[in-house]
Design a binder for this molecule. Structure first.
Ligand code: PFF
Length: 469
């Protein structure tokens, strides 16, 4: 009797459709767009990666996104319980819930290192705020300081394990505060106030960048498709990035779907989420690569790319310290609305499963993430030589931070998505699915074909090729 029963006792819902959209876009748009996308594109050859990424978003990400929010809305519960309910209503094995349990665990892992990067953002907010305070509004940032000194900011932070661990805990603490407050007064509050602010700042800064920076080289780099560069590893990286950016394969969108009302059109909403997310990623790439080229930095600088390149650009820009400050505040907002969703997925599971109060569950999950987060922070300095999965070629010489990032994006997310597609496309009762998805006619047929055939097959092939090449 779960079908169509709407909200259950003790279960919170979004207060409106736009609150749901803002929260889901808030989850999708984050460090994945601003920090991880340019770094991944740079490390994987630029154009080939980007075009394959767009292909993945449209053909795989979007259908999986709809499948996930649909499972959540049908179940109106934490992710594993939602899968269990849909399985039960379809007279299928409740063992399918394992796909969401894996996802909840992966969300927890991502949360731990995501807050480390959130901590870097906080550090740069501090750097620009104090610079603005010292040098005032006019002129570039860091006036009178040697460019080498600016370049040394990021290596300086990376070398300081204690500072990084402390910033990480601070960012995690803010995330916990909002999740502990609950769906409508915490999670929704962050999304409804911070996402619009994010978009205003993002547009202002991109337009400003378009007039001051040099777009041409960046456009050529990001959109020149060189087929020979499209290796199995690049494809796996692109799929992983598409999932990471859309918050897929890790129960995050199932959890948010569970707070959606019956009258929300999920097909349309999924399109809005994916469209906004992809637009922000591409614009972020177009904002960051001109700076990278102009400053003569290497494109494959990895996780440090954004943090290294931007301060250099802001030194030369008029109003540099103010713009730099606005930029990192904007990234902070985007990151927080994502980390909140990463924490919500495991927290909802823990408090519903063990019948705990929400704040207690938040503290339990947060404490676990704090421990892993400190290890990630130290993997840039004291634990730099610690390669937890070094015996696997894909993760050889990969530190703790990069291992967590790689394992979640390249294994958990694609595997979770394959299982989700099989479950929604083949196992669950088609009538229940059809009543949830908000699609009709040709679009509905297309979506079903993608979920049943294209997504699982393409994902399995990419996973196989990426892992064995
Ligand atoms: N999509 C977020 C980003 O691009 O920064 C990261 C993320 C959030 C991944 C929530 C997974 C998730 F469940």
């Amino acid at each position: 009797a779960a079908a169509g029963s709407g909200a259950r006792a003790g279960h919170e819902n979004w207060s409106s459709r736009s609150a749901f959209i803002l929260a889901a876009v808030g989850s999708a748009v984050g460090l994945g767009n601003m920090w991880r996308f340019p770094a991944e594109a740079g490390e994987n050859g630029g154009g080939a990666f980007v075009l394959f990424y767009i292909f993945c978003v449209l053909l795989i990400g979007l259908p999986v996104l709809l499948s996930e929010v649909l499972i959540g809305r049908h179940g109106q519960a934490n992710a594993p319980e939602s899968v269990r309910r849909l399985a039960r209503d379809s007279k299928a094995s409740e063992g399918w819930s394992v796909l969401a349990s894996m996802g909840v665990f992966a969300a927890f892992l991502i949360l731990s290192f995501y807050c480390v990067v959130g901590g870097w953002v906080v550090y740069y907010i501090g750097v620009f705020a104090s610079d603005l305070f010292q040098t005032g509004l006019s002129g570039g940032a860091f006036q009178g300081r040697d460019p080498e000194e600016i370049k040394a900011l990021m290596p300086g932070l990376f070398a300081d394990g204690t500072l990084m661990a402390g910033l990480n805990l601070g960012f995690l603490g803010v995330t916990m505060f909002f999740v502990a407050r609950g769906v409508s007064s915490g999670i929704e509050w962050v999304a409804v106030y911070l996402m619009p602010l994010f978009f205003v700042l993002f547009l202002a800064i991109t337009i400003y960048g378009a007039f001051t920076g040099n777009f041409a080289e960046a456009v050529a780099y990001l959109f020149t498709f060189d087929f020979s560069k499209l290796t199995g590893e690049v494809m796996l990286a692109a799929v992983g990035q598409a999932f990471f950016s859309l918050s897929l394969g890790v129960a995050g969108m199932m959890t948010y779907g569970a707070y959606a009302n019956r009258d929300t059109n999920l097909g349309e909403t999924s399109g809005i989420i994916a469209g906004a997310d992809t637009a922000v990623a591409l614009l972020a790439g177009l904002a960051i690569f001109p700076i990278v080229f102009a400053a003569g930095l290497s494109t494959n600088a990895g996780p440090g790319l954004m943090f290294e390149s931007l301060p250099i650009a802001f030194q030369q820009m008029p109003f540099g310290s103010a713009i730099g400050l606005a930029f990192f505040v904007m990234i902070f907002f985007a990151a927080l609305t994502s980390s909140v969703s990463l924490l919500e997925a495991p927290t909802a599971y823990v408090f519903e499963k063990f019948k705990l109060a929400r704040p207690v569950a938040t503290i339990i999950v947060g404490a676990g993430a704090a421990v892993l987060g400190v290890l990630s922070a130290l993997s840039f300095n004291d634990l730099a030589e610690f390669y937890p999965l070094g015996f696997i070629p894909l993760f050889a010489e990969t530190n703790f931070f990069d291992t967590l990032d790689g394992v979640t994006a390249k294994l958990f997310m694609p595997i979770g998505a394959i299982l989700t597609c099989i479950f929604v496309g083949w196992i669950a009762d088609a009538r229940l699915i059809d009543s949830e998805n908000g699609l009709d006619g040709a679009l509905h047929k297309l979506w079903r074909a993608l979920v049943r055939f294209v997504c699982p097959i393409v994902l399995a092939v990419i996973l196989f090729v990426g892992l064995t090449s």
